[in-house]
Design a binder for this molecule. Structure first.
Ligand SMILES: Nc1ncnc2c1ncn2[C@@H]1O[C@H](COP(=O)(O)OP(=O)(O)O)[C@@H](O)[C@H]1O
Ligand SMILES: O=c1ccn([C@@H]2O[C@H](COP(=O)(O)OP(=O)(O)O)[C@@H](O)[C@H]2O)c(=O)[nH]1
Length: 236
């Protein structure tokens, strides 16, 4: 039995690269999709937000000198590409997914309409929310918090490159230790960078817990959905 009826899964865009230095690695995306399939088979309704860091990030090197808002719109378009790739891979694996975009590009994907998204979820379809929040100066983590709250997800699952929230960035500080649980207020006060403060604050206010876990650890998503101890739970 899954511990949750409905979840919002945030997939790192950057993790889609796998061992490559750019873009979408075929083996990696197929593996991610199969992990999602396992949890839908448990009867869990799944909404997904995917990042765009494997293609373009508003604040990254390729955008030096650019107007920040323009660069962020490019980042949002990158998430649309990843969302399309994800939904198509789901189709190939026999699942039904729908992509909904926060910015209007109707020839490519349908617009985000909340009641429609809820309907798809009830029908057992996977809904992939593309283009983040639709606003520059935000991140896909904030989009995950926002959409998670909107569709009434019981938890936001952040699948990322690290296996939880640490006392400091574990990629920079080898002495950092992992929390098994941490309160939102403490995560914000300690300025832990694993998610941005906007996402933390939104989830805190909506009493929407977040679980951070490794996207690279096989079976971790299923363990999380079964309510087992995996990664870090950020709670109210
Ligand atoms: N306190 C912390 N605990 C865990 N990870 C941290 C922390 N501070 C910074 N990070 C960094 O945050 C990264 C995950 O966030 P982000 O780069 O936004 O990934 P994503 O592509 O999943 O959105 C990790 O790879 C890690 O290097
Ligand atoms: O609501 C949003 C979501 C994303 N972005 C842009 O899209 C990029 C890709 O998203 P993100 O960095 O969150 O992806 P990830 O870290 O998961 O790869 C960001 O850098 C921003 O430039 C944005 O402007 N508004």
């Amino acid at each position: 039995m899954p511990a949750y009826k409905r979840i919002l899964l945030k997939l790192s865009g950057e993790a889609l690269m796998g061992e490559d230095s750019y873009g979408i690695n075929r083996g990696t995306i197929v593996r991610m999709v199969r992990e999602v399939q396992e949890i839908t088979n448990l009867g869990c309704q799944v909404a997904v937000v995917i990042g765009g860091g494997n293609i373009f990030r508003g604040v990254a090197g390729g955008s030096v000198g650019m107007d920040r808002a323009t660069a962020d719109y490019m980042g949002m378009l990158a998430t649309v590409m990843n969302s399309l790739a994800l939904a198509d891979t789901m189709r190939q694996e026999g699942m039904t997914a729908r992509v909904m975009s926060a910015i209007s590009i109707e020839q490519v994907v349908e617009p985000y309409v909340r009641p429609k998204a809820l309907q798809y979820l009830e029908e057992g379809k996977i809904v992939v929310f593309a283009a983040g929040t639709g606003n520059p100066f935000f991140t896909t983590d904030t989009a995950a918090a926002l959409r998670g709250a909107e569709v009434g997800a019981e938890v936001v699952l952040k699948a990322t490159k690290v296996d939880g929230v640490y006392s400091a960035d574990p990629n920079k500080d080898p002495t950092a230790t992992r929390y098994s649980t941490i309160a939102f207020d403490e995560a914000i006060a300690r300025n832990l960078q694993v998610m941005d403060a906007t996402a933390f604050a939104l989830c805190r206010d909506q009493k929407l817990p977040i679980r951070v876990f490794s996207i690279n650890k096989p079976g971790a998503l299923k363990r999380v959905v079964l309510g087992e101890d995996e990664g870090t739970l950020v709670h109210v």
